[in-house]
Design a protein around this ligand. Sequence first.
Ligand code: CP
Length: 315
Amino acid sequence: MRHLLSTRDLSRDEAIHILDVAEDMAETQTREVRKLPTLRGKTVVNLFFEDSTRTRISFEAAAKRLSADVINFSAKGSSVSKGESLKDTAQTLEEMGADAVVIRHGASGAPHTLAASGWIDAGIVNAGDGTHEHPTQALLDAFTMRRRIHGSASRGRGLDGITVAIVGDILHSRVARSNVWLLSALGARTVFVGPPTLIPLDLTGWPAETSYDLDATLTTHPDVVMMLRIQTERMNDAFFPSPHEYARRWGLDDERLARLGPDTIVMHPGPMNRGLEISSRAADSAQSTVREQVANGVSARMAVLYLLLSGERED
Ligand code: CP
């Protein structure tokens, strides 16, 4: 793998291969000594222009568990505030030895720009770009679903025949966009659910159905209900309905949780707005995979860094 920019680029076989390598990585994390020597001598740069807790820390943990050196760069407090460009920032970091650059940026397409530019030779991993994509989130989500559904028989399998309801602020969600392509490649059906103001009007070509009625969708017993964060920081006056109305009609509250089938998986990529899109009882229930998703994120990101930095690279 040369770069990981989008799940749209992944074939079914490639996606299953990454998930299988993540299984191998997860197994190593149950050992007494969790550190592998695999990426000794390599340097991973976390280049974050937007805030992050889970993604940045789990990429750091993943790189360190593979024995890579890690440089963490946050735009806040850097020379970006003096006007330094993405090109100059990336080239500065490459001169410090970066073999891979994990980039989160507020502009959709920034990782693609870096990968296509020829400014640097490092492998690029998209850790979330604007409202566009967040491919490692989708990989860890698929890994989590596969483990819950297929258990120890997960290896080599996709998510054929399952239905995933992705609920909430689809409009601003890079998680929804990366999930829909990966779920389609793995054989799953996706239904986007939310208010009309928070679902893109034109979904031509997207492998997803649309529903504006969460209660009607829940009567169809989806295998997975993935709640999304309401991204108020990306909204101006576009957020309609009110938070109270939103929670009442599209939130996974205690009453809706009680109506889910016992095997329905409740997911959220985090960070959560408890009481808005998801109740505390739903977030902390036995059906919730919120904490598993975080743990699985380290294994999924170990797999991506391993595939990017070990062995032969495609050019
Ligand atoms: N899910 C996710 O991307 O979380 P962070 O913004 O904390 O990285």
